[in-house]
Unconditional design. Structure first.
Lengths: 375, 162
């Protein structure tokens, strides 16, 4: 939507890949299904390596460095190890539910990638309800976690699952409201159209929206500092306490596949997706996903885990009013045609608004902690 | 042809899942069966080119209502090992039969119209226009939101300990 002169991507001429590339509906389907599965599995291995090495570096230790050059083969070794482990199912468990849970948790994480563009038009299905599809599908994985918590018939599993649902239900609201701001500016729900509309990355137009989405996204996928559902010092390992062997590996995979999915959505919504100068689009996409994931590792190692009472309060008293204000301001700006006319003013105003709102709200209305327990 | 196969598959699984909701003794499995039924109905919407409706169906019914049902099951102590005996089995059966009769009569007596026009490609803008545009349902939508909010507030006030 923004004007051509202001584009920082003028170096790249992007042409859309035809919707049924390479040749025919079924070839397209087969090709991109293989690409999506391969992408998710390799990215998961990559981000596990980044996380373990990055965390090691940030915590003044080495991290895995014995398997292969620089410890690069550690994820492979872990995968082989976990495949050979014994599969233990509790006697009191609901066998079918216990068996189905990892599958139902993993399917949505994989299905999200069907609408994420790797290049212009290079995606499994360019749905015109793209981002709504993502929100709807990702809500299904809660059911998988619920099934794991219930099917194990273990009180720690059940507690973990309950905490997870409470968090997901609360944090979904600021998450969706942050998305709506981007949708208003882009004027489309299709993720590919959103990237095409980003002549300037939307992180500049929606800085507060980006922060809200990042925070709520981290909470949604149980990453630290919101990893209360698997807080090992409180409830052993949460919903996957009773899982071992391949089924545990599936939950491990789900955790990182969801992290990659959230990184990919942030890349697409806020960082300009596949767009960028010089490098090929798919490489830009992967680089940006890795950068977002690195930011997640960074927050994980830097911030302490928040308490269960703070978790709810943070979502309802801080993120929700912030996201409502952000949506209101963005809607006014879109009505006044700022995204096409006054783009620099919009960038400056929105950064100023973000700083002022966060400062005022955290100073006078809601402060995390203060050493007191709230209900 | 492919559409017909998809329809019959989805419809068959939806009916089996719906039967599972009623017949399964384990309440948690019945709730899971309900989720499967909702997903199949969403699939039926997709075969009717109502993609927005399908996404909303999954979002609202699977993501919110089913999760609420499961949460309620988890919070209830007695219900966990099968459903307790109920005194209302016979009245419930009578009401169910009456309701089924009404449904079947309506289905048979309604003159179903099949539109000849091809489905609109981007459904979102068409839906938004008919909801919020000229002569739309702007006021009812807003009032529904306020009504739901007041219902939530009422529930909190009722459930709150003095």
């Amino acid at each position: 939507m923004a004007t051509g002169e202001l584009s920082i991507y003028n170096l790249v001429k992007f042409q859309a890949i035809p919707p049924d590339w390479p040749g025919g509906f079924w070839w397209h389907w087969l090709f991109f299904t293989v690409v999506v599965i391969g992408f998710v599995l390799t990215m998961v291995m990559g981000v596990i390596y980044i996380e373990r090495r990055g965390m090691g570096r940030m915590q003044s230790r080495l991290g895995p460095n014995r398997t292969g050059p620089f410890g690069l083969l550690q994820p492979v070794a872990d995968a082989i190890k976990v495949l050979l482990k014994e599969n233990i199912v509790p006697v009191a468990a609901d066998k079918i539910v216990h068996w189905l849970a990892p599958v139902i948790a993993f399917a949505p994480a994989l299905m999200i990638f069907a609408v994420i563009p790797f290049e212009n038009g290079a995606l499994l299905a360019d749905l015109n309800i793209g981002i709504l599809y993502v929100v709807a599908i990702s809500s299904v994985s809660t059911v998988g976690i619920f099934m794991a918590g219930w099917g194990s018939s273990n009180k720690y599993s059940l507690l973990g699952a309950m905490r997870n649902v409470a968090a997901v239900v609360s944090y979904e609201i600021p998450l969706v409201l942050a998305i709506v701001g981007v949708v208003l500016i882009a004027g489309s729900l299709s993720l590919n159209q959103m990237v095409v509309a980003q002549d300037i990355p939307f992180i500049l137009l929606q800085p507060l929206g980006f922060l809200l989405f990042f925070t709520a996204g981290c909470a949604e996928i149980n990453r630290s500092p919101f990893d209360l559902m698997e807080a090992d010092s409180e409830i052993v390992a949460g919903f996957h306490t009773e899982y071992s062997g391949m089924k545990f590996a599936m939950f491990y995979l789900v955790e990182y596949a969801e992290a990659v999915a959230i990184s990919a959505i942030i890349t697409t919504l806020f960082l300009g997706g596949w767009r960028g100068p010089l490098l090929p689009p798919w490489l830009w996409f992967i680089v940006k996903v890795m950068l977002v994931f690195f930011a997640m590792v960074w927050t994980r190692t830097t911030l302490p885990r928040i308490r269960i009472d703070q978790l709810m309060a943070f979502a309802w008293k801080f993120l929700l009013p912030m996201s409502l204000l952000n949506l209101f301001i963005t809607a006014l700006q879109v009505l006044a045609d700022w995204p096409t006319q006054l783009i620099w003013a919009m960038i400056i105003v929105n950064f100023a608004v973000m700083a002022i709102i966060i400062l005022i709200w955290s100073r006078f209305f809601f402060r995390l902690g203060w050493g007191r327990i709230e209900v | 042809m492919a559409l017909a196969i998809a329809f019959w598959l989805l419809a068959a699984v939806a009916v089996i899942a719906a039967l599972g909701v009623v017949l399964l003794r384990n309440v948690f499995r019945a709730a899971l069966s309900l989720i499967l039924c909702f997903l199949m109905v969403a699939g039926l919407y997709i075969t009717l080119s109502a993609d927005f409706l399908a996404a909303v169906q999954i979002l609202v019914y699977v993501g919110a209502i089913s999760v609420l049902i499961i949460l309620a099951i988890m919070m209830t102590r007695e219900v966990q090992r099968g459903s307790p005996n109920s005194r209302f089995q016979i009245p419930a059966a009578i009401v169910a039969v009456l309701f089924l009769e009404v449904l079947i009569l309506t289905l048979i007596n309604t003159p179903w119209q099949i539109s000849g026009t091809p489905p609109t490609a981007p459904t979102t803008s068409a839906l938004a226009n008919s909801l919020f545009g000229e002569g739309g349902y702007l006021l009812p939508v807003e009032i529904a939101a306020v009504l739901l909010l007041s219902a939530i507030l009422g529930a909190i006030v009722l459930a709150r300990e003095k």
